[in-house]
Design a protein around this ligand. Structure first.
Ligand code: SF4
Length: 301
C-alpha cells in the first residue's frame, strides 16, 4: 500500500522495496532499545521508560543529535517477531513504566502487529508516541491504539524556519492540527502513581537559537486554544551539532536571554504544569514542583 503515514505522503510502495523521503523500508529498523531515565518524571518511574529508538525519520533537522540513525539509518532491520520480543523484555524483564516509541511514524503498522501477541498474553504497557510533531491527524486517528501518552514537540511557528531547519513543509499547520487532536483525544496527563503516567499529552517546546520568539509564539498559540491544562517542557539544552555547525544561526547555543524569553512566556501565558529547565541544565526550576533530571532530553525525538 502506498505510504502516507506522515504529512509528506510520499506514496512510496515500501512493501515492494520502494522508499520515500524517510528511507524507511519494508521492515522495522531499530537503532537501540532499553530503559531510559532522561525523560520527563511522569514517564520514568522506578525502572525507566522503555524506549525503542527507530531508525530513519520523517524530518531532516540540521541540528539532529541522533543523526547516525535518523539521517544515516544506522540500526538493524528486524522481523516483527523480534520487535515483539523487544517489547516483551521492556515490559517483563526490565519492568519499564511504558513503551516509549521514539520516532515511530514510519513503522506504525509493524508496531501494532508486534504488540498484538503481547496483548493476547495480557502484557500491556502504556504507549508513549514520542514525536517531533510532524504528524497527520489521519495517522494519529488510525493508530490511536498506539498512543496512550503523546510526548510531542512544537519546534516551529514559522514554516520558512521549518523548511530551512528540518526540510518539513507544512510543519506548523500539521503540528497544530496534531496537538488539537491529541488534546481532545487524550487530554491532560493522568497518572496512576508518581512516575507512572497512563494517559495524556506533554508538549516539548524546543528553544532554537535565533528563533526563540517562535517558541514563545507556540506557547501563545497553546494558551489561545485553551490548552494551558497540558504539561509543557521548555527545552534549553540545544547543542549545535551535525549540519547545524555550518548553518547560522543554528551554529551557536541558545543565549540566556533567548531562553528567559521563552521561560517567562510559559509563566505569562498561564502554564502551571510541566518543567522549565535551568539554563545550561545546571538545575531545574519547574512550574509545578515536579523534578526533571538534568539529563533530560539528551536523546530527542
Ligand atoms: S513515513 Fe516515510 S515513506 Fe511514508 S509518507 Fe512519510 S516520509 Fe514518505
Amino acid at each position: 500500500m502506498p505510504c502516507e503515514l506522515c504529512p509528506r505522503r510520499c506514496r512510496a510502495d515500501r512493501a515492494s522495496g520502494a522508499v520515500g523521503f524517510c528511507q524507511a523500508g519494508a521492515l522495522p529498523r531499530v537503532f537501540r532499545w532499553g530503559p531510559h531515565f532522561g525523560e520527563e518524571p511522569p514517564l520514568v518511574g522506578e525502572h525507566g521508560s522503555g524506549c525503542v529508538f527507530f531508525s530513519r525519520c520523517t524530518m531532516k533537522c540540521l541540528y539532529c543529535q541522533n543523526s547516525p540513525w535518523s539521517w544515516n539509518g544506522e540500526g538493524d532491520d528486524i522481523p516483527i517477531a523480534r520487535l515483539t520480543e523487544i517489547l516483551r523484555d521492556l515490559a517483563v524483564k526490565d519492568c519499564c513504566s511504558n513503551w516509549n516509541l521514539v520516532s515511530p511514524t514510519p513503522y506504525l503498522p509493524f508496531i501494532r502487529a508486534a504488540a498484538a501477541p503481547l496483548f493476547a498474553e495480557g502484557i500491556r504497557l502504556p504507549f508513549v508516541w514520542n514525536s517531533s510533531g510532524y504528524e497527520t491527524v489521519e495517522t494519529l486517528t488510525a493508530y490511536r491504539d498506539l498512543c496512550d501518552i503523546a510526548l510531542i514537540d512544537m519546534r516551529y511557528a514559522n514554516d520558512a524556519t521549518a523548511r530551512a531547519a528540518s526540510a518539513a513543509p507544512g510543519y506548523v499547520e500539521a503540528n497544530r492540527a496534531a496537538i488539537r487532536y491529541l488534546h481532545d483525544a487524550l487530554g491532560p496527563l493522568d497518572s496512576d502513581a508518581p512516575g507512572a503516567a497512563t494517559r495524556g499529552v506533554i508538549v516539548r517546546i524546543l528553544v532554537l537559537p535565533g528563533h526563540a520568539e517562535e517558541a514563545a509564539e507556540n506557547l501563545a498559540w497553546l494558551a489561545g486554544e485553551g490548552f494551558t491544562d497540558l504539561h509543557v517542557a521548555v527545552m534549553s539544552q540545544y547543542t549545535p551539532v551535525y549540519k547545524a555547525l555550518n548553518t547560522p544561526p543554528f551554529n551557536r547555543p541558545v543565549t540566556e536571554e533567548e531562553y528567559s524569553l521563552v521561560a517567562e512566556a510559559a509563566d505569562d501565558f498561564g502554564f502551571t504544569r510541566g518543567w522549565v529547565q535551568g539554563f545550561e541544565s545546571s538545575g531545574v526550576s519547574n512550574l509545578l514542583g515536579e523534578q526533571m533530571s538534568p539529563g533530560h532530553g539528551i536523546v530527542q525525538a
